[in-house]
Ligand binder design. Structure first.
Ligand SMILES: C[S@@+](CC[C@H](N)C(=O)[O-])C[C@H]1O[C@@H](n2cnc3c(N)ncnc32)[C@H](O)[C@@H]1O
Length: 281
C-alpha cells in the first residue's frame, strides 16, 4: 500500500488503526507522566507522519521537556510530519528524512527515554525484528521504554517479539489484550544501554504485502522444513540480506525474507492468543 495513503486509515473513526493509534498515544502519555524530571529523549523509527507523539496536549507538564528525533524516509510523510510539528509548536522535535534502519541517525539522541517502533515489525522479516529488538539495547536508556506495535496475523509474532525483547533485559510493562488484532506493547529497559554502533543497519523495510507474499513463496519451497527454526545467524550482524533504495524507501529483495517459524516455547508465552479466541481487527 502507498505509504501516504496508509496514514489516511487513521482518519476513519473507530478503524482498527485508529484504535491502535489511540492506544499508542495513551501509552506515550503514561510513559511521559512516569518519566523522571528533566529532559526527555524520544526517538521514533519509521515515524510516518508522526501522529503518536504530537498528541501530547498543550499544557502537559512534560511537553516542554520532550526532545525528539523522528526518522522517516518518505518525503511526503516527512513534510506532513514537519508541518504537524510546526503547528503543534514543538520546537525540540526534529524530523529527519533518512533511513531509520541505520543507527547513525540516532547519534546524540540515544539512549532515549522512549523508543517508538510503531508500524515497523509487521513490515520486516523475523531476523530483522530480532536485530531491531537487539538494537533497542543501544537506543533505549536504562529505565526507558520501547513502545512497539505488531499485528497478530497468523503466525502470531507477538509472543516471539515479547520473548526477544525480554531476553535482552526489558521487562514487560503492558501488552494489549490477546484478542486485539493490532497489538501494542510497552517494554521497560532494566539492563545497561550499550554504546551506539554507527554503521549498523538493522532492518530492510519490505512492507506488509511484500513480506506476506515472500513468506508464502518461501513456505511453498520444496524441502522446506515443516517447522523452521528461528534466526539462523547471529543477531547484531551488520550484513544486510536485501538492498536499500535510498530516496524511494527501503524495499528489500524478496530473498531477504528469513525464517518464519514460531518455536513452541514462544507459543506458550502469555502473549499468545488463546486457541479459538476470535481476533478483533
Ligand atoms: C506503517 S507506517 C508507520 C508510520 C508510523 N510509525 C505510525 O505508526 O503511524 C511505516 C512508515 O515507515 C516508513 N519507512 C519505510 N522504510 C523506511 C526506512 N527505511 N526508514 C525510514 N522510514 C521508512 C514509511 O514511509 C512509512 O511512513
Amino acid at each position: 500500500m502507498d505509504r501516504n495513503r496508509w496514514h489516511d486509515r487513521y482518519d476513519a473513526p473507530d478503524s482498527p488503526l485508529a484504535r491502535r493509534l489511540a492506544t499508542v498515544r495513551e501509552r506515550v502519555r503514561l510513559a511521559l507522566d512516569d518519566s523522571p524530571p528533566g529532559p526527555l529523549g524520544v526517538v521514533s523509527l519509521c515515524a510516518g507522519q508522526e501522529r503518536d507523539l504530537l498528541d501530547v496536549p498543550p499544557g502537559h507538564p512534560r511537553r516542554e521537556d520532550v526532545r525528539a528525533r523522528l526518522v522517516e524516509l518518505d518525503p511526503h510523510n516527512v513534510d506532513a510530519a514537519r508541518e504537524a510539528v510546526r503547528s503543534a509548536g514543538l520546537a525540540q522535535v526534529e524530523v529527519v528524512a533518512a533511513d531509520a534502519s541505520l543507527l547513525d541517525h540516532y547519534a546524540g539522541m540515544a539512549p532515549a527515554d522512549i523508543v517508538l517502533l510503531c508500524g515497523v515489525f509487521g513490515n520486516i522479516t523475523d531476523r530483522d525484528i530480532e536485530r531491531t529488538v537487539d538494537a533497542c539495547t543501544q537506543l533505549c536508556a536504562t529505565g526507558g521504554r520501547v513502545i512497539w506495535t505488531r499485528n497478530r496475523k497468523s503466525p502470531d509474532r507477538v509472543p516471539l517479539i515479547c520473548r526477544w525483547v525480554e531476553e535482552r533485559g526489558f521487562e514487560r510493562e503492558w501488552v494489549t489484550d490477546e484478542q486485539q488484532f493490532r497489538s501494542v506493547g510497552v517494554h521497560r529497559f532494566r539492563g545497561r544501554s550499550r554504546p551506539l554502533r554507527p554503521g549498523e543497519r538493522v532492518f530492510t523495510f519490505l512492507g506488509y504485502d511484500r513480506l506476506r507474499s515472500a513468506t508464502r513463496a518461501r513456505d511453498r519451497r520444496p524441502g522446506r522444513p515443516a517447522r523452521p527454526t528461528l534466526s539462523d545467524r547471529p543477531v547484531g550482524s551488520v550484513e544486510l540480506a536485501g538492498s536499500m533504495r535510498p530516496g524511494v524507501g527501503s524495499v528489500g529483495f524478496v530473498s531477504a525474507v528469513g525464517p518464519v517459524g514460531v518455536v513452541s516455547a514462544a507459543s506458550r508465552s502469555p502473549c499468545a492468543p488463546r486457541a479459538g479466541a476470535p481476533l478483533r481487527r
